[in-house]
Design a protein. Structure first.
Length: 249
């Protein structure tokens, strides 16, 4: 039985006051049935970290550097995220792949860095609308996944890895994948992982992301291979995010 996980990706939104309010409201909610992760922008990580305190809510970064430290202006090292209280880090979000040219190889290096620095990577995979229309979903998601499965240290990474399937056409568009569309890809991802390590495939949590809202979460999370969600827009309103967490577990 996999414990559901719901992560809120605030992206580049909010302010100090918004970060404080969201954290306080979400931390005050009783959400015993799922793991909850808040991923604020870097400048607010320490504020959120100090306010979640001992609550059953974890902190996550939205990205990390693949390098340990040094002359990488603007980047954030895994050790710094861990230092400030992060347990998770999103890696390979489609906005990073599309807007910042992150390649599969670089994403794989970030996954390895996150793992070796003690963080749980939330690895994002997903196809664009053109790729789905060209029936290339499995090819694209398979290529993105294989870059990770090819890492020399994959055996130690897999048991803790979290994967978020996020079709690019569903992110921020209000057009979620149907539960059946999402389940099809999730089951396919789990099978591909099983060909490497069947035990890890059973344990690994596969999140769905892309326009999840309180009113479509139940049908998505009811699917056998969907173990929670990576939530963008709806994580910026405490009541929506809490409602989605309650549906998850
Ligand atoms: C995301 O940013 O990862 C995401 C899924 O966004 P939204 O929920 O707004 O589609």
């Amino acid at each position: 039985m996999r414990r559901p996980l719901v992560a809120g990706n605030w992206k580049m939104n909010g302010s100090r006051v918004v970060a404080e309010q969201l954290t306080d409201e979400i931390s005050a909610a009783v959400l015993p049935g799922c793991d909850v992760v808040l991923c604020p922008p870097v400048p607010y990580l320490s504020i959120v970290s100090s306010r979640i305190g001992a609550a059953a809510v974890s902190l996550g970064g939205q990205d990390c550097s693949e390098h340990e430290n040094g002359a990488y202006t603007g980047e954030t090292a895994v050790s710094m995220l861990a230092d400030i209280g992060c347990r998770y880090v999103i890696v390979g979000h489609s906005e990073r792949r599309q807007n910042f040219g992150e390649t599969d190889t670089r994403v794989a290096a970030k996954v390895a860095a996150a793992h070796s620095g003690g963080l749980v990577p939330i690895l994002c995979l997903g196809e664009s609308l053109a790729e789905r229309q060209a029936q290339e979903t499995e090819m694209v998601v398979g290529r993105q996944l294989d870059a990770i499965l090819g890492l020399p240290e994959i055996a130690s990474i897999l048991p803790d890895l979290v994967i978020a399937y996020e079709p690019v056409w569903a992110i921020g568009t209000g057009e979620s994948a149907t539960p059946e569309q999402a389940e099809q890809v999730h089951a396919w991802i789990r099978e591909r992982i099983a060909s490497h390590d069947s035990g890890a495939a059973e344990r690994i949590r596969l999140l769905y992301g892309g326009s999840v809202k309180p009113d479509n979460a139940a049908a998505l999370f009811a699917m056998p291979d969907i173990d929670g969600g990576l939530i963008g827009g709806a994580s910026l309103a405490a009541d929506s995010f809490i409602a989605i967490c309650r549906v998850a577990g």
